[in-house]
Design a protein. Structure first.
Length: 293
């Protein structure tokens, strides 16, 4: 501001000697130019030193040539061009500031988008886990329901057989020696639905869920006795295992195949649910033979 005042004072000192002959129009134009420079200096950003020096030089030339309108108009055109260049420079700076602001906004939005995508990915993963958990739950419920139906069906069938047989003789009644022989390998209990031959699962299977060597020998010996019975059906049952009902079914199938391989007639062998058996036990239920007509 002090520099502009000094410039104006210098302009007036130069102009005073020629005021009498100065053109009124050029004098007014010079005053307007000085005011425009003042207004420009109030704006932002500050005028670069080189640009400000050029504007001051133009004002000095306008002051000197205000007695010659032709030269004055040339000086005025130069001043106007430099002032226009200053405005354009400021406009470009303002546009650059706006561009920088927009770029910062874009970067902020990009970070927000990435954060949302990450959150979306987590939600999709949670949804997938919940869906899988729900599917497993449905599968287990369906398996439990299936086991219940098998148990009910088996109980009904056994109840029917027991009702038909009544007090008829045990399939081993005619062979008391066979009963005694079976007690060597398993617990034997006669009931209205037949003879229950029970043994621990661990005595048949090894840690790899396959028949152990002693288990194969035990079943081979039992098979030799079962081939002499008059049982109409031999039901193979294994109590539910801690690893699930499927394991119990697989072990029952393994026992059945061993009995078949050792000569027990296939038509009398059948699988049955092990629900109701003591934990860790396997059983062969020898169903009573149908009474003669």
């Amino acid at each position: 501001m002090m520099r502009v005042r000094h410039l104006i004072a210098a302009v007036l000192l130069i102009a005073l000697p020629g005021m009498a002959v100065a053109d009124p129009a050029t004098t007014q134009a010079l005053q307007q130019a000085i005011q425009r420079l003042r207004d420009a200096q109030r704006g932002a950003p500050p005028i670069p030193a080189a640009t400000l020096s050029g504007l001051h030089s133009s004002l000095q030339m306008m002051t000197r040539d205000q007695v010659d309108p032709t030269l004055f108009r040339v000086d005025q055109a130069i001043f106007n061009a430099r002032l226009a260049g200053l405005r354009e420079m400021r406009e470009q700076a303002a546009k650059q500031d706006q561009l920088n602001s927009l770029q910062r906004q874009v970067q902020s939005l990009t970070r927000q988008q990435q954060s949302l995508q990450t959150e979306y990915g987590k939600l999709r993963e949670q949804l997938a886990n919940n869906t899988m958990s729900g599917a497993r739950t449905q599968h287990l419920q369906a398996e439990i329901q299936q086991q219940k139906q098998m148990l009910q069906s088996e109980e009904q069938r056994l109840a029917g057989i027991a009702k038909q047989q009544g007090a008829s003789a045990s399939p081993l009644a005619a062979q008391p020696g066979s009963v005694k022989a079976l007690t060597v390998y398993a617990q034997v209990r006669a009931a209205s639905d037949g003879v229950h031959v029970t043994m621990p699962v661990d005595s048949l299977f090894g840690s790899d869920n396959q028949l152990s060597a002693s288990g194969k020998q035990r079943l081979q010996a039992i098979s030799g006795i079962l081939k002499q019975t008059t049982a109409s059906e031999i039901l193979v049952r294994v109590a539910p295992q801690p690893l699930g009902a499927n394991i119990a079914t697989q072990r029952a199938e393994t026992i059945l195949r061993a009995l078949r391989r050792d000569g027990v007639p296939d038509q009398v062998l059948a699988l049955a649910t092990g629900v109701g058996l003591s934990a860790g036990s396997a059983e062969l239920l020898l169903v009573n033979a149908s009474p003669a007509p």
